[in-house]
Write a protein that binds this ligand. Structure first.
Ligand code: CA2
Length: 146
């Protein structure tokens, strides 16, 4: 089994800016934790970040046949991107939406996710643990889709 983790704009800044909101853990630290947990499940991980909407769309399109589940922290594109939503919908690879922060406890504009209706579920508010929980959720989603 293979899980594709996709991270959207500005997540490359994690741990270096606004630690009061997003903590001191870097995206590299999160990737290491994800890989450690995935090893326990015998799962392969592809972990990527892009600041470009089109690049995220291309990676979603290319995921068909290459991975079993996508875990997507679309960052700000969560709230704006019909393109990402259409790509998830078109490709049909089960996708789990994740967020570090609890988007529902933040500004009103973060309460709306354009991708949520085409995702299998949402994990939000557990910091780096949102990523770890997503590994477990992905394994279950994959088992249940067989
Ligand atoms: O909580 C999350 O994971 C978010 O997806 C993070 C996005 C935000 O737009 C979403 O509403 C919720 C923002 C990612 C920006 O990351 C930064 C990291 C360090 C410094 C500045 C931004």
């Amino acid at each position: 089994m293979k899980i594709l983790f996709l991270n959207g704009p500005n997540l490359n800044l994690l741990g270096t800016r606004e630690p009061e909101v997003y903590g001191r853990t870097t995206l590299k630290d999160i990737e290491a934790k994800v890989r450690e947990r995935a090893t326990k499940f015998g799962v392969e991980i592809d972990f990527r970040q892009s600041n470009l909407e089109g690049e995220l769309v291309a990676w979603i399109q290319q995921s068909k046949g290459n991975c079993n589940v996508i875990v997507l922290n679309a960052a700000a594109y969560t709230h704006t991107s019909i393109a990402l939503r259409d790509a998830i919908s078109a490709v049909g690879v089960p996708t789990i939406e994740i967020h570090l922060s609890n988007v529902h406890a933040r500004e009103e504009f973060r309460h709306k996710s354009l991708i949520a209706p085409v995702c299998r579920g949402q994990i939000s508010g557990f910091g780096a643990d949102s990523y770890i929980l997503a590994v477990e959720a992905s394994v279950n989603v994959n088992l249940n889709s067989k």
